[in-house]
Design a protein around this ligand. Structure first.
Ligand SMILES: Nc1nc2c(ncn2[C@@H]2O[C@H](COP(=O)(O)OP(=O)(O)O)[C@@H](O)[C@H]2O)c(=O)[nH]1
Ligand SMILES: [Mg+2]
Length: 334
């Protein structure tokens, strides 16, 4: 029997979506997937981990790797996020380097080349947010692209798109399908990511906290799972459980004053975060979900290795806090 994902006509391509924070990487991926899997906000550094989002077009599997935006920062969490971005662009067939047309275009390209450090493989330049400019089609983008190639020689071609109104998005997808080599699919039908539902549950909770507390709470929120019971297909005393999952999660904040903000007066804010996150989780798992949220003050969680590992950010190459055995000399360690 022929297994569908090994059909001889199948093609598969893995594409890292890279660029500065806030250029629209996650928005583009969501619009291609037709579902809001990757969380989006109008503030930078929303995406913290790299992960796969799988789109199938006829017999072509396109595996998009969403990545955190590369940016300059000495903070431990940011170093780890940059590491995720660099690793996301490793061992892929192609990179889409997204550049925000509403910002300084060449500066973004120079900055990216500078921060990426490693060797960038085959890359296509994608100018984004064309809907925000009145005449994007009249911009001298070919000239900009030629200039960009002198900075990043791996650049092969360019597109300009709007993920919001769909301009040229199909052209990019078509080009990716043409580019895809013949290969068995890496994901089986119906699989959409390499990250677990558990991961997306924490993302959806963080997304609501971000969206609802824009002004008050900048980035100082992390979400961890305390308990996750998957009840799908389980019988309880002979009857099928109505509930799909029972989930307890903690929202970590840095300071007690932030805890009060997340809880809100009379618990109103945490209730809204919970309700909205639960609706997205229910859509994902396809059933009723019981979601229990706690707000914990975990001072400096963004430097805490335990929490960082828990939210999928292992140490980066340039991590500051490397545990060293006192008896070893530096040569033996390196
Ligand atoms: N007008 C417009 N806004 C966009 C477009 N793409 C993304 N955005 C907005 O830009 C912000 C950052 O998007 P996001 O996908 O989170 O960026 P990321 O950090 O690169 O993943 C959000 O407010 C998006 O709604 C676009 O094509 N047009
Ligand atoms: Mg993102």
């Amino acid at each position: 029997m022929l297994i569908e994902h090994q059909h001889p006509k199948n093609k598969s391509i893995t594409v890292a979506v890279v660029g500065a924070p806030n250029v629209g990487k996650s928005t583009l991926i969501n619009s291609l997937m037709g579902t809001d899997l990757s969380i989006v906000s109008d503030r930078p550094q929303t995406t913290r981990n790299n992960f796969h989002c799988v789109v199938n077009v006829d017999r072509t599997e396109i595996i998009f790797v969403d990545t955190p935006g590369l940016h300059r920062s000495g903070h431990e969490i940011n170093k780890r996020m940059n590491q995720q971005a660099r690793e996301g662009a490793e061992s892929v067939d192609l990179n889409l380097l997204l550049i925000d047309l509403t910002g300084e275009v060449l500066k973004q390209i120079v900055e990216f080349a500078d921060l990426f450090q490693g060797e960038l493989g085959k890359t296509w330049l994608v100018f984004t947010k064309s809907d925000l400019l009145p005449r994007a089609d009249e911009l001298p983008l070919t000239m900009v692209f030629e200039k960009a190639k002198t900075i990043i020689p791996a650049l092969e071609r360019f597109f300009y798109i709007s993920a919001t109104d769909g301009t040229n998005v199909n052209e990019v997808v078509g080009a990716l399908c043409d580019e895809a080599p013949s290969a068995p699919h890496r994901y089986e039908e119906g699989e959409i990511s390499n990250k677990s539902e558990r991961f997306f549950v924490t993302e959806f909770i963080r997304e609501q906290a971000f969206q609802l507390l824009k002004e008050e709470l900048p980035y100082e929120v992390a979400v961890t799972i305390d308990e996750y019971k998957d009840l799908r297909g389980q019988d309880e005393s002979g009857r099928k459980s109505k509930m799909s999952s029972m989930i307890s999660a903690s929202i970590h904040v840095n300071r007690p004053s932030q805890r009060a903000i997340v809880i809100g007066s009379g618990g109103s804010m945490i209730k809204t975060i919970g309700t909205r996150a639960r609706q997205k989780i229910e859509a994902m798992v396809g059933g009723q979900v019981h979601l229990n949220l706690h707000v914990k003050v975990t001072p400096k969680w963004f430097k805490n290795n335990f929490i960082l590992e828990e939210i999928g950010l292992p140490r980066a190459q340039d991590s500051a806090r490397v545990w060293r055995q006192p008896s070893q000399n530096s040569e033996a360690r390196s």
